[in-house]
Design a protein around this ligand. Sequence first.
Ligand code: ZN
Length: 333
Amino acid sequence: MNNLLGRARQSALGLLGYLTLAAVTPTFAATDDLPAMELQRFGEHVYVVQGQAGQASSANAGFISNAGAVATGEGLVVFDTLGTPALGAKFRKLIEEASGEKVKVVVVSHYHADHFYGIQSFMGPGIEVIAHPMAKNVFNDANTKARLEQRRNDLFPWVNEDTKLVLAARQAKVSASQNESFKLGRYTFTLIDGLGAHAPDDLMMRVDELGLVFAGDLFFTGRVPFVGNAHPGLWLKALNRMAETPPKVAVPGHGKISTAPEKDLELTRRYLDHLWKVMTEAVANLQSFDEAYASADWSSFKKLPAFDAANRLNAYGAFLHAEREALAKEKTQ
Ligand SMILES: [Zn+2]
């Protein structure tokens, strides 16, 4: 490794992460070259792995998202399959060994590359894969195909010609007004429509008896969320759907697991609410985006992690949504 590459890698992982990785997993790298994957446990039957911070790259082998599994006594219910077939296979091995159970059901949070490219490692007889009814549209979208080509470059050899994307065989019976519940072994699982707030096919999953929610990319812990193209208004509605039964633990699609979901939800809500209010007002007052951004009061969020990286982009996305809605309204009047 030359010095420049070494430095880039150090900063990508963070110095501490790099040292830890090097210090505790010397033999591991020799076996499969993947970053360390530690199984976190919540209570007796829930397993979660947490991806590294940052974008997918060859340095982190695409391990940037979280995935979880629940041992029901009659098989594992898995939520998300990680960002490459190799990561998926590793995750599956870990949970099957730790629980002594086989995978029975796989739920896909949404068809974004970092959450489902491990799916081919979960195919097999007796395994049911479930996704949101809109997943089919997203799966067949030109963007999804273009993303695969991009990932084959960026994450080679982890994503290559042998990487197969698989559409879930079963659609969740969810809508804006309806959840789906199914029982397996000792637990009841409730699938909740994410209302297309982050992606058209967002799906959340609650384990009713445990008060635990797998929230996909709709939940952020202690930081400014990445909103991007998502609609802040719909996102708030989706969070309300999730909080109808207040969760005790929330597993986000990225970053730390929340053991204080009420508090973390409050922050995300307050942020989305502010973002949406400021940008709709700006559009109503015919302000330009730059004017609106400069005159808005961001003081309550400025000190939060990810503010600098995400806020301006989030505000711009919200501004575009607000503009689109104002134009649509004008047309119907
Ligand atoms: Zn996503």
